[in-house]
Write a protein that binds this ligand. Sequence first.
Ligand code: JS2
Length: 292
Amino acid sequence: MADCSKRKKLCYCLLLCFLVAGITGGAIGIYKWYRSGLNRWHGPGSTPDFQDIIEDRCYNYTQRIRPDSRSRNCQEIKQAFMSAFISKDPCKATKEDYRRLIDLADPTVPCNKRVLWSKTKELAREYAKLRGLVTLEDTLLGFLADRLHWCGEPGSPDLNTWSCPDWEKDCRTNYRSVFWEVLSERFAESACGTVQVLLNGSLENAFDEMSIFGRVEAPNLKPMVTLQVWLVHDPGKPPRDSCSGSSIKKLKSILSERNVRFICRDNLRVHHEKRWTGRNTSWNQDCREKYQ
Ligand code: JS2
């Protein structure tokens, strides 16, 4: 009798162990399957605390950095940003998704104040700051999103913090790339007077037609705008492109078709500390100003 009850207990124990193992294994399998779906993209996942960062940056910008924009509603802007991509297929972004956000935070930048850049971001930021000019990242939406990553998942209210689509390896119509393209297009098409652009003359082709500057901003400059090109060279590297180089000639032809005036200056050197010291710059300004 005692043996029988022992055998029963043993059976129950084994059954329980199999049950626990089955549930655990099943849960791990489901988790791995779900995560593998979230891990399917080649780009970095959404920035942790994305929503809080957007809100904090918005208040910082509208209350402290640009108090003249304090009338902007940061709660509405945050909601409009999130609803642009949350629960949507991260490879099916459209300009329309960002319409409400852009309408809420469209920048007003005076004529002659815009600075564009390509492969010279930090230098362009310094150049603009020291001369009271404006890059896209100095406008509210550019400031909010600078250096952040974001994407959602169909049917989920959460951001995918494991991975997001990469422009090259996954899809070009991802929410982060489309955001910067939409903003850049608006920034260029609303430009007036003289627009400055810093291009990297230490590269073989300072002008890259496939860059955002090349395929979005330059083609959207309005007629009668003047584009002043600065070719900056790192003294640590020999200049590889110049105003008379083929890539800049290509840029010139794109602009002349749009009746955009074109000025190019090259041989601007940047000291290693990459400091722009204002009018009497530390840059070796061996400029050959060319009106072309
Ligand atoms: C900022 C980001 C991010 O004129 C500039 C800016 O207006 C920019 O929006 O677009 C132009 C630079 O793009 P381009 O020519 O492709 O040069 P790049 O050095 O290869 O910069 C690539 C990234 C530009 C868009 N962008 N801009 N802050 O966090 C950011 N992330 C992306 N994708």
